[in-house]
Ligand binder design. Sequence first.
Ligand SMILES: O=C(O)C1=C[C@@H](OP(=O)(O)O)[C@@H](O)[C@H](O)C1
Ligand SMILES: C=C(OP(=O)(O)O)C(=O)O
Length: 444
Amino acid sequence: MGDGARGDGELWAAPTAAGPLDAVVPVPGSKSLTNRYLVVAALADRPSVLRDPLVSRDTVLMADALRSLGADVSEIAEGGHRGDRPGEQCWVVRPGPVTGGVRVDCGLAGTVMRFLPPVAALASSPVEFDGDERARERPMGAVVDAVRQLGAQVEDGGRGLLPFTVRGPQEGLRGGTVRIDASASSQFVSALLLVGARTREGLEVVHDGPPIPSLPHIQMTVEVLRDAGVVVDDATPGRWLVEAGEISALDVHVEPDLSNAGPFLAAAAAVGGRVRVPGWPQSTTQAGDVLRDVLDQMGAEVTLDRDGLLVEGTGELYGLDLDLHEAGELAPVITALAALASSPTRLRGIAHLRGHETDRLKALVTEVNALGGRAEETADGLLVHPATLHGGVFRSYADHRMATAGAVLGLAVEGVLVEDIGTTGKTLPDFPGMWAAMLAGVGA
Ligand SMILES: O=C(O)C1=C[C@@H](OP(=O)(O)O)[C@@H](O)[C@H](O)C1
Ligand SMILES: C=C(OP(=O)(O)O)C(=O)O
């Protein structure tokens, strides 16, 4: 198991901010983009270059899995360059025929456990999938079902959960129409779209069920495929058509992870001062971009310019009523701010967070209330009422976003101890170091 695989019980004394912040925080690359680029590059016709990819547990698991399935992922660019820009790191992905006979460790990465079973169905020998203990509880049924509809066999003991083994058909994937219920995760649709071009007849994916969450993530998949020359028709809501054909190699710079920027930007909103995240894209498919609007509504001043995104705290922090169906991964950090706000917050449209790294609705209510907060679960979200918080242990449940939410609370509340801060390694290689750098010099 890699870094952050399990709660280690260790407590991290979250630093309080001794004064207003004044920091520039470079944020590593997007998890969602890095893992899509890796999969597309592994299925492409020639080698690809990913510039400034995220290197964290989720993306290393993806790179390792793709290596075991026949691609080569290496850190140095062809010819020994490390990239065009000073300090730029590159991953070079050389595709190869998809081979089976291997075991894929998904860790707790939704992108690995959902995106790779359809890739494994391109191999004719079996591929075993497993992951962390909690990974065995995350919804997988639609992926298992879809891979079967594509003609693969899946041995899952009838559970529709990890662990399972995928055996692709000897003759490769024919394609055709696959019908799934993607209401538990947008990743079910993304997973199928990513392999669509590698089927003989192309792939039609039809969603049949309650509304799909995180639609911007599906749009991101479509845009990444189009960058690689794949023809995708997404004109009809709930239906996607991917034409069969070659996937072109990519040479891409990975945008910073806007959702991972959340805790740093929230810090300025919570305790005042300014935090700038350089390289914030002017336009993006990342759901995290909605933070600009959310932080503005909560009372911060938000400015996007050529130097990045600047958030300035105003001393006011308001609650809000927000449908987060499209950007559920922001719920933990918004809940942390809500717990510090002067008016109530209602978050709606996020029932599917019960199937994320942990049951995030339950975990957020339990941990905010353990610090004296007044949060409650609703059928599809959370209510957070104003309260005076006190110190105590904030448990993270092996969930990177729970841990960073605890850090945000700790800035404003003395004596917050976050359990297993190392779990942030799922999507951030050095969160404690970045947090300390943001606070360096404050109040000095
Ligand atoms: O495809 C992706 O990269 C993701 C899709 C979303 O998943 P859900 O649709 O399961 O919420 C998001 O929450 C997750 O962090 C990343
Ligand atoms: C839900 C998340 O991750 P995953 O990609 O594992 O689903 C997340 O990062 O908030």
